[in-house]
Write a protein that binds this ligand. Structure first.
Ligand SMILES: *Cc1c(COP(=O)(O)O)cnc(C)c1O
Length: 388
């Protein structure tokens, strides 16, 4: 059993924090300036530079990043935002937090788990203000097509790039196609800090509005007052406390220096998974080998041919092989809070994929031997009769 107390021999994800990263966070603590200071600014500059974005704004979470992005797009009561249901619920919840209505659209299919532009287009109404796309598992959604669609209809494009830091489409960083790109620093994400997020934009007005709303729309910050540059402040909008603190910004900055190596390792493991799983009956793997080079490889999704086998396979992996799995995602439109608000919605491709998906372990320092054990365990679980 590891220090985290996991009962699994091979956990789904496994975070390692290196000594230099701990030292960076400790230095921030020793500095005595604990929030929104030089380390936050340095992290924002480094993140914007890495992505080729004009502005990066560090925030408290990926959810906060989405909320600010929607507000910067002008989303408010009476508006509709088209979102996937096949995502973490925050993509939709942040729309509701703006007083607007999420309109769920279907994915392309089990081979490509991102939104289908054709299904999105047919859900556009006079109330639609924005489309939010998710780069599922770090693979690019067709954001060039979505950008054209949004331009045609006068809509804002928001990218939920929580899975996709430093991933690309045609060489351009995901998160930089739309009005804003939203990233998460949650502990199981590719750039993991614990809690935190970043929103990037090339739009100066959107950046200014998101910076204001991040900290209660106050016209001056505590640091400026601490430095004697301001005595008081005005409040010019209704904002939030969505700030990131300095130890986490320091940790994010130190870990970002290793992001490319982490992603390279995940890509190599993903290619090997694809090879090993290609020989296994009863499963298909979304996306293709070529797409791996563009992806941040956040998770490894495996689609079982037979949805009825799914829960049994997950239990067998846990009980017989000590392998942790997860289901990404239970469709948002099926959650109680959503059926209560929006009634029964049918999204056949989302429902099909969500019923068949199993997420298997993937992290940069996973060994080849662990990976072979996961695939052997999956083969064993699938070979057992469905009832066992
Ligand atoms: C993790 C995640 C979020 C939310 O990020 P938090 O930092 O946990 O608030 C939003 N969207 C997607 C697709 C995610 O995976």
């Amino acid at each position: 059993m590891s220090a985290t107390g996991t009962p699994f021999e091979i956990p789904l994800s496994d975070v390692r924090v290196a000594e230099d990263e701990i030292a960076a966070a400790a230095d921030a603590l020793r500095s005595g300036w604990l929030t929104m200071g030089p380390r936050t600014a340095e992290f924002e500059t480094a993140f914007a530079t890495r992505l080729g974005a004009r502005h990066a704004i560090a925030v408290a979470s990926g959810t906060a990043a989405l909320h600010l992005a929607y507000l910067a797009a002008g989303i408010g009561p009476g508006d509709e935002v088209i979102v996937p249901s096949y995502t973490f619920v925050a993509t939709a919840a942040a729309v509701i937090a703006c007083g607007a209505t999420p309109i769920f659209a279907d994915i392309a299919g089990a081979h490509d788990l991102s939104l289908d532009p054709v299904d999105v287009e047919r859900r556009i109404t006079p109330r639609t203000r924005a489309v939010a796309v998710v780069h599922f598992a770090g693979y690019p959604a067709p954001v060039d097509r979505f950008q054209a669609l949004c331009d045609d209809h006068g809509l804002a494009l928001i990218e939920d790039a929580a899975h996709a830091p430093a991933a690309t489409l045609h060489g351009r960083a995901l998160g930089t196609f739309g009005l804003a790109g939203c990233f998460s620093l949650f502990s199981n994400k590719v750039l993991s800090v614990g809690e935190g997020g970043v929103v990037v934009t090339d739009d100066d007005a959107a950046a200014q509005r998101m910076r204001l709303l991040r900290s209660h729309a106050m016209t001056t910050g505590t640091l400026q007052r601490h430095l004697g540059r301001a005595l008081s402040y005005d409040v010019v909008d209704v904002g939030f406390n969505y700030r990131l603190d300095e130890p986490r910004a320091a940790l994010a900055l130190a870990r970002m220096a290793k992001l490319d190596a982490e992603i390279a390792a995940r890509r190599a493991l993903t290619r090997r998974y694809r090879e090993l799983l290609a020989g296994l009956d009863g499963v298909t793997i979304p996306y293709d080998d070529a797409a791996v080079a563009d992806s941040a490889c956040y998770v490894m999704a495996v689609m079982l041919d037979d949805a009825r086998r799914r829960n049994g396979v997950c239990v067998a992996l846990r009980e017989r092989h000590g392998v942790q799995t997860s289901i990404l995602y239970p469709p948002a439109h099926r959650f109680t809070a959503y059926t209560e608000r929006f009634g029964a919605i049918s999204l056949p491709r989302t429902e099909d994929a969500a019923a068949r998906e199993v997420t298997v372990p993937l992290y940069g320092h996973m060994t080849g031997e662990q990976q072979e054990r996961v695939v052997a365990a999956l083969a064993d679980a699938l070979a057992r009769p469905a009832s066992a």
